[in-house]
Design a protein around this ligand. Structure first.
Ligand code: SF4
Length: 381
């Protein structure tokens, strides 16, 4: 069975950031080799059943924390057991504090062709507030080193809406990021997740989250600035130069199948979503014993698949293709007429899409869209 993407989770980090809720560990660097072998074994188990894959994404955690030779070992296994498309997009996430020109050159020689730099900010005080190990200058050095090593497709991740950080700091970060001329930029609002140090600070009243109005203002300014700089706002949180959309993430947003391997990795194969344990030792023990590291699964019913298709599609610039009867119901809805009049959405050839203003309300509009389609389906029944 063809799958669009392979996600490989590398959980090792130089230290844990206080806002992080990912499956990540620090101080377990002695396990890099054993973990790589476990990943290869997991991929091996899918050989002959899935593939070939069009994209590979090494995410984390911090993939650049491990020796590139181990990345090469995993890629080689994926190529032999699943098969890689000749033009496969192969992305490696890197932390600017863990890379140099030699490491980038090694990754490039292995066939990796896209680098995603976890910059998060380009202001040192904000990076310190986030507990990052690197400076803004490290981000710029990492970017230059990746370019020198031959990477023509580089993405930067930035975190917007940091508590206590004024809007002008964010604008400064964006301008400094634009000076680097990345092909792609992801902008995520900081979410305070339970179980993190930031969540504990919030409980103690030491951290005040940014209001929804402030978030909307930041995202509006960012979208306008990025579009003026020639980037396409192709997903609510993502901007790309023409031809540089993230193919791997595009697969997630458009309902393609993908396999995730490693600690905490999620997969979507043959109408089933399943995920691995987040416990590193449990993962290693399960795979070594020849057992599945799977922790849970859910069958994606037709109703759930439809709901996800609407929600995720609405978050992309391409919008969502509606069935003829769905489009007719929407056209007859007074609420949709209001969205159109307010400039939030349009409907062309049964394709529903949000405008830049609509992107700011994507979640609320997705919820309403589902209600409109369901209510009118009941009324028609
Ligand atoms: S580097 Fe990334 S994955 Fe690792 S702890 Fe920090 S935020 Fe989490």
């Amino acid at each position: 069975m063809t799958i669009s993407g392979l996600y490989i989770h590398i959980p090792f980090c130089p230290q844990l950031c206080p806002y992080c809720a990912f499956a990540s560990v620090a101080g377990r660097d002695d396990l890099h080799g054993a973990y790589t072998e476990a990943i290869c074994r997991e991929i091996d188990g899918w050989g002959g059943r899935l593939g070939p894959v069009g994209t590979v994404f090494f995410g984390g955690g911090t993939p650049s924390q491990i020796d590139p030779a181990l990345i090469g070992r995993m890629l080689d296994t994926a190529g032999r057991r699943l098969g890689l498309a000749p033009d496969a997009e192969i992305t490696v996430e890197v932390n600017p504090g863990t890379v140099d020109r030699e490491k980038f050159a090694d990754l490039e020689n292995l066939g990796c062709n896209r680098i995603s730099i976890g910059a998060q900010s380009l202001r040192d005080p904000d990076l310190q507030r986030l507990g990052r190990i690197h400076s803004a200058a490290d981000v710029e050095s990492a970017f230059a080193a990746a370019r020198q090593a031959g990477f023509a497709n580089i993405s930067l991740d930035l975190i917007a809406d940091m508590p206590g950080v004024p809007a002008e700091n964010w604008r400064f970060s964006i301008e400094r990021a634009l000076n680097l001329a990345p092909e792609h930029l992801s902008v995520y609002s900081l979410t305070v997740e339970e179980g993190t140090i930031f969540a504990a600070r919030r409980r103690q009243g030491r951290l005040r989250e940014v209001s929804e109005d402030e978030q909307a203002r930041t995202l509006e300014w960012t979208a306008s600035r990025m579009c003026r700089a020639g980037y396409e706002h192709y997903e609510v949180s993502n901007y790309a130069r023409p031809g540089y959309r993230s193919q791997h993430n595009w697969g997630y947003w458009t309902g393609s199948s993908y396999l995730g391997v490693g600690v905490g990795a999620h997969s979507y194969v043959a109408g089933e979503r399943f995920w691995n344990t987040r416990d590193l030792d449990g993962y290693l023990a399960a795979v070594a014993a020849g057992h599945s590291p799977r922790e849970g699964s859910e069958r994606i019913t037709a109703a759930l698949a439809r709901s996800e298709r609407l929600w995720l599609g609405l978050r992309t610039a391409d919008g969502v293709q509606l069935a003829g009867d769905e489009a007719a119901r929407l056209r007859n809805s007074g609420r949709f007429a209001e969205w159109s009049a307010a400039g939030y959405a349009g409907l062309a050839d049964n394709r529903l899409y949000l405008t830049g203003a609509g992107f700011l309300l994507a979640d609320a509009l997705g919820l309403e869209l589902e209600r409109i389609l369901e209510d009118s389906a009941y009324a028609a029944a």
